[in-house]
Design a binder for this molecule. Structure first.
Ligand code: SAH
Length: 380
């Protein structure tokens, strides 16, 4: 079976969602309507930089274009089903898709920067043992426009774009390759959200062929959900490892850096009590990453009902980090933000009509019999 394709790139009346277009797409649209490419640039700027919805308010577009546009195109909107502010300033938005499903977007303010965490799919097909999104199953990919709409919504709501964007919300971004690349191009465009390659980070569970593909078309920053220092444990925690084991993943990540000494891979490592948090495992991690420019981000496990895992005690996280530092690695501990509104890593569930017919995961870590090559499994 093929991946369900986003059904909202064009509306049922055949009109185009402008948020699916990058700068060149907007230029081509303007030209197809008898105008100049620079009118398309202005249109792109109105939509993204100025966040304007009304074509008539786009005063430097020719009158003819302003009249023609609504017949050919619309600006996609995600309805805000809920806005949940947390005491620490984190805001979670539950955004409603046209068919009634919901995805989640999280805004995390910090002293000198802010980060927006966006979703790339409705649910996720990858079945990582400790992730609440995985429990929802998978329904479909988001279109590029639906990914960009999350950024546009935040920029308009907050009065300016976030300083950083991470593709760390619901879904596996590299399983929705084309839409994600298009959306990150828009995030980076100077006429839109103006984010540098260092400030847009894609997080993947490790779909190796698509890491190589990404290197060909983009230079955004890469984070990888590692979570284990060896294949035996990673096979259980991150089942995609059975298809793309560490000996393939690490070289792909190293190749992604293209020898640029200013760049490094961020490795995410969720700290699970008694599972992956021993000193011996920290040592093994040091050996695994030797020679790869790396930063390790230790994430205290964020619990959710029936997960079957516990968070490592803070002293164990600190000792694990110390051991990594001794191996010469850069290691930080991610501060948990927004957990009282279930906005922390791995807690985003949205509302997903599961099409993967996943059976509820068992409470203990037992590898599912056929975790890979499931019927509904996007471009793995
Ligand atoms: N599918 C991509 C994008 C999700 S990023 C990926 O796997 O990288 C979300 C990050 O939070 C990932 O590193 C994920 O492994 C981690 N995570 C998932 N569940 C978690 C939980 N319950 N507590 C802490 N981190 C979790």
């Amino acid at each position: 079976m093929t991946t369900p394709t986003p059904n909202h790139i064009v509306a049922t009346d055949g009109r185009l969602d402008l948020l699916n277009l990058d700068l060149r797409g907007c230029e081509a649209l303007a030209q197809s309507l008898g105008c100049k490419a620079f009118h398309g640039r202005n249109l792109f700027k109105w939509v993204h930089k100025h966040g304007v919805d009304d074509f008539d308010a786009m005063t430097d577009l020719p009158k003819g274009l302003r009249t023609a546009l609504p017949e050919r195109a619309y600006i996609g909107q995600l309805d805000v089903a809920a806005e949940l502010p947390s005491a620490d300033g984190t805001i979670k938005w539950l955004l409603q898709l046209p068919e009634g499903q919901r995805v989640e977007t999280v805004f995390i303010p910090e002293e000198r920067r802010s980060t927006l965490c966006v979703s790339s799919q409705v649910g996720c097909a990858l079945d990582c043992a400790f992730c609440a999104t995985a429990r929802q199953g998978f329904n479909r990919n988001l279109s590029a426009g639906e990914i960009v709409a999350q950024v546009r919504h935040a920029a308009r709501r907050l009065g300016k774009p976030p300083s950083n964007i991470v593709l760390m919300g619901m879904g596996e971004p590299l399983a929705n390759f084309d839409a994600v690349v298009r959306a990150t191009d828009v995030m980076r465009d100077d006429l839109a959200y103006m984010l540098s390659k260092y400030r847009v980070t894609l997080s993947t569970s490790g779909i190796v062929p698509n890491i190589y593909r990404l290197a060909e078309v983009s230079d955004i920053s890469l984070a990888v959900s590692l979570h284990a220092p060896d294949n035996a444990l990673r096979d259980e925690l991150v089942p995609i490892n059975r298809k793309y084991p560490l000996e393939e993943l690490i070289p792909a990540c190293r190749a992604y850096l293209r020898g640029d000494s200013r760049r490094r891979i961020t490795w995410e490592y969720v700290m699970l009590d008694g599972v992956n948090d021993s000193i011996a495992q920290a040592k093994a991690l040091g050996r695994l990453l030797e020679g790869t420019p790396s930063k390790i981000n230790l994430i205290p496990f964020n619990p959710f009902p029936d997960s079957g895992f516990e968070t490592s005690p803070p002293e164990r996280v600190a000792a694990f980090r110390e051991r990594l530092l001794r191996s010469g690695l850069v290691a930080t501990t991610r501060k948990t933000r927004g957990d009282e509104i279930a906005a922390a890593c791995g807690q985003l569930t949205g509302r997903v009509q599961d099409r993967s017919r996943r059976v509820p995961a068992p409470a203990v870590v037992v590898p599912p019999p056929v975790a890979l090559g499931r019927a509904v499994s996007p471009q793995l």
